[in-house]
Design a protein around this ligand. Sequence first.
Ligand code: FAD
Length: 55
Amino acid sequence: MKNDVVTTDVVIVGGGLAGLAAACYLARGGASVQLYEKSARLGGRRRPRPLMAII
Ligand SMILES: Cc1cc2nc3c(=O)[nH]c(=O)nc-3n(C[C@H](O)[C@H](O)[C@H](O)COP(=O)(O)OP(=O)(O)OC[C@H]3O[C@@H](n4cnc5c(N)ncnc54)[C@H](O)[C@@H]3O)c2cc1C
């Protein structure tokens, strides 16, 4: 197996709200960030809903 060396300041596991927010703030602060998400979409358990379904 090939040994790939990852050079990044921060690795974030999970692209839910917490992971996305952390990645955003870290990148804004100048850090290099790699984010890994296991599912096909970002956002985690949060799902957008039509406004009328909430009211
Ligand atoms: C059942 C449930 C339903 C909810 N529905 C809503 C909603 O409809 N609307 C709303 O606004 N809020 C909703 N919430 C609240 C909302 O989910 C949370 O406030 C918010 O999503 C938490 O964000 P988080 O990043 O901490 O975790 P999560 O949203 O759980 O994100 C974690 C992420 O990490 C990923 N992950 C986990 N393990 C790995 C791994 N080994 N490798 C790579 N990626 C990994 C997951 O796939 C996921 O994307 C719900 C909460 C629950 C428990």
